[in-house]
Design a protein around this ligand. Sequence first.
Ligand code: IMP
Length: 423
Amino acid sequence: MSVTVLVGTQWGDEGKGKIIDVLTRDVDMVVRFQGGNNAGHTVEIGNEKYVLHLVPSGIFRPEVVNVIGNGLVVDPIALEDEMRDLEKRNVCVKNVKLSDKAHLIMPYHRLMDAFKESRRAEGSKIGTTNRGIGPAYCDKADRSGIRALEMLDLEKFEARFRAHCAEYNAVFTAGGFQTVDADAEWIKLKNAAKYLQSYIEDTVLCVNKMVKAGKNVLFEGAQGALLDIDHGTYPFVTSSNTTSGGACTGTGLSPRHIEEVYGVMKAYTTRVGEGPFQTELDNEEGVALRKAGNEFGATTGRPRRCGWFDAVASRYSCMVNGVNKLALTKLDVLDNLPLLRICVAYEIDGKRYDEMPSNSELLYKVKPVWENWEGWQESTCNARSWDELPEKARKYLTRMAELVDAQIGIISVGPKREQTFEV
Ligand code: IMP
């Protein structure tokens, strides 16, 4: 396997955590490279279900090193909570490494997220996860952010936190919004910093060392390509580069080393939050898909919007990511449906588009050009190889792969570790 990047090809929630957990059988290190605790990676092992937000999905294999790279924005209080929860459930966290260069999400960032969203007009709201992701990346780009390494000197850290807090509170007060209680938040921050100190290091060095030693390293993307700050459905996106290029800038590894890009793709499409969704089923069929696929956000619990597979958007995202292998997930959710649809082109204002336009305003006007597929109407949950899948399911998957110009590498037919096989 060597050096592999795994990314979501849609709007997130493609089942990346599960695929990564399966791939980590052969992996020495798993590295997160962007985003923050807006992510929710669900992993089911036996009867236990875990939802990870910041800790990489290699954590369930004790020998795997798990790196939180410089490209993330890390809420120290949330990370402490997540690691302590894992420890309580007897998951060893000693192999977690936190980049000294990762930027921190501070309590005022979380509040700013809510403040900004509350001021956006209807139709312009992003529907963020309210975790402070955007405001923390704003400070990073503004060169005023606080980085993880600053937690190593508590005195200076406190002074920086309080100074920033005062600045933000002035803005909140002027806007008639609630303010951050600096004293109360500092106690939580100090405790989190003390807990995390021993995990902080220059992870660029350890990632490069692993790669140089020929070890297997897996880069774990969060969210999906259509939420990428540059290539997604802007402005209805997250604030980081969710596409494979982010794996380099977000960890300090040269692109020269990346050998394989896995794109995780649901057999249909979902989206949480606001923004265009070209193949959305805003009807009974969408409700049925949500129910069958248990499509509720792992981080916020929000119901996910559901729709058919969009080959136009997915092809675009496979191209940007350079996906050479697909991990196709949640096939079993389609088991009972008599008819399936794939969107193969868009019609906008009477004109046909074979590629996804950059302007979200146009995406709202899309009339999908459909291809209809007969459903297989039998269970795929117990299939453990390509040959064990119904013929109609194989045809549907083959068409998906052909349309996005990538090869099928893995298929997942349920939430359990064992419900996954290579093709
Ligand atoms: P933010 O990342 O919290 O700023 O939210 C921006 C947009 O990305 C919103 O539409 C969120 O619902 C969406 N989003 C962020 N993280 C995830 C994720 O892990 N899965 C799916 N959608 C996400």
